[in-house]
Ligand binder design. Structure first.
Ligand code: FES
Ligand SMILES: [Fe+2]
Length: 427
């Protein structure tokens, strides 16, 4: 990340601490319509026009190191197989046999010379998913193999993470995520590996889960620590939000005085190259990431609070209108052998899991409230504007004109989106 940007963010934190209200002229948001969380109609619009048009993280390249290695990925809904071809490229196909629809591969992970369906043996090549062999082909009248390739979906690898997008005409990953990826490059993702995976199913709409990680307004209320119950790690009054193109965003929150002192900092602004004892460091990570709570959101369903020695990706997968699977996967430079994580990492993930539990306890009752006549709409404040930014992008992705007027959010934040990005395609 450029020093100029880090300096600008630090100045923004100072401004956030001192402001008496939102900046002059900042728009007043109307309430977010409740129907966006509870109506079948809106969930259907998201299914049909959002989830099949967005880039989502589907795995890591370490899971398919050799040609012929594959993993399956079902979190988007339709079953997908991701395979490394003979040319070592990673590609994704619908895991649906073009004969009678059986899954072509059945295990979550494996290796194969070809992709051969277990039902009747139709076989597809690794590189293009082309149908190359059909047992007893004489019995099919007029079968055209060329028209029966596996359905291909877009697939890109960035820093070891595999992203897929069902829309064949989608802008590329970089055109979609732009400067968020540029700023996250210094996390050196290619050097990292999965440390641990956690998952829980939560009884609420996926946006309720996502929104809990797009603001820190709640931090001192549900994540309070210490004897007085008011001591927290972060000082949310200084939090600064970066609205990035296409619904992505950044949030940088300074440490509280007690957390800064515990980290050996003189105050929140004393950003320096702190390294956690006992943890393998990622030397390329900047000092702001090390001395604040910094997080990125990649539209629509990935949030990551980044750090200098490892960090989790949080992913929100809608199972139905009021059920979400929330995954969190830690990545770090792995300096140990085997699958068992060392004690220091166990302690760290245990602490993080406690915070996640505090968030989870809040979410299920919220869904019940959203479905209650006691709620009429959701007012969003200036500090929660990343949530509004998410909703605006949801509407743009679905197509504003497809959304009934009473379920839309107004498009008002464009003037506040950072303009430093190049090579982006507005989605
Ligand atoms: S369903 Fe796959 S070969 Fe018949
Ligand atoms: Fe939280």
């Amino acid at each position: 990340m450029e020093q100029e940007l880090i300096d600008r963010i630090k100045a923004e934190v100072v401004w956030e601490f001192e402001r008496k209200g939102p900046p002059e002229g900042f728009p007043a948001f109307h309430d977010i319509p409740i129907g966006r969380y509870v109506d079948d109609e809106f969930f259907k619009l998201e299914r049909e026009h959002l989830w099949n048009r967005v880039w989502v993280m589907a795995g890591r390249v370490e899971d398919l190191p050799e040609p012929g290695d594959y993993i399956t990925f079902d979190d988007l809904g339709p079953p997908v197989v991701i395979v490394r071809g003979r040319d070592r490229e990673v590609r994704a196909f619908y895991n649906t046999c073009r004969h009678r629809g059986a899954p072509v591969v059945r295990s979550q992970r494996g290796s194969a010379r070809n992709l051969s369906c277990q039902y009747h043996g139709w076989t597809y090549d690794l590189d293009r998913g082309q149908l190359v062999s059909v047992p007893d082909e004489r019995d099919f009248v007029g079968l055209c193999r060329e028209n029966r390739s596996l359905g291909r979906i877009a697939c890109e690898v960035w820093q070891g993470w595999i992203f897929v997008n069902q829309d064949p005409s989608a802008p590329t990953l970089h055109e979609s995520f732009g400067s968020a990826l540029h700023e996250m490059e210094e996390l050196s993702g290619s050097e990292l590996q999965v440390v641990s995976k956690h998952s829980q199913t939560i009884g609420c709409n996926w946006k309720v889960t996502a929104e809990a990680f797009l603001e820190v307004y709640h931090f001192r209320h549900i994540h309070a620590r210490g004897a007085a119950g008011r001591d927290t790690l972060l000082d949310s009054r200084g939090a600064t939000m970066g609205l990035l193109a296409n619904g992505c965003s950044r949030m940088v929150t300074p440490y509280s005085p007690s957390a800064a002192a515990a980290s050996g900092m003189s105050d929140w602004s004393d950003w320096r190259h702190t390294v956690s004892p006992g943890f393998a460091d990622i030397p390329s990570v900047n000092d702001m990431f090390r001395c604040t709570s910094s997080a990125y959101s990649l539209f629509p369903n990935l949030v990551t609070p980044v750090g200098g020695d490892g960090f989790p990706f949080l992913l929100f997968w809608p199972l139905d209108k009021r059920t979400t699977r929330l995954d969190w996967i830690f990545y770090a430079p792995k300096d140990w052998e085997g699958d068992d994580i060392p004690e220091r990492w166990r302690r760290r993930t245990d602490t993080f899991n406690l915070i996640m539990e505090e968030d989870r306890r809040n979410m299920e009752p919220m869904q019940r409230s959203l479905e209650s006549p006691g709620t009429s709409g959701i007012p969003i404040n200036y500090q929660e504007r990343r949530i509004w930014h998410l909703h605006e992008q949801i509407d743009r992705t679905i197509g504003v004109e497809r959304i009934p007027e009473h379920l839309r959010v107004q498009q008002v934040l464009e003037p506040y989106v950072e303009k430093t990005q190049s090579g982006l395609v507005a989605i």
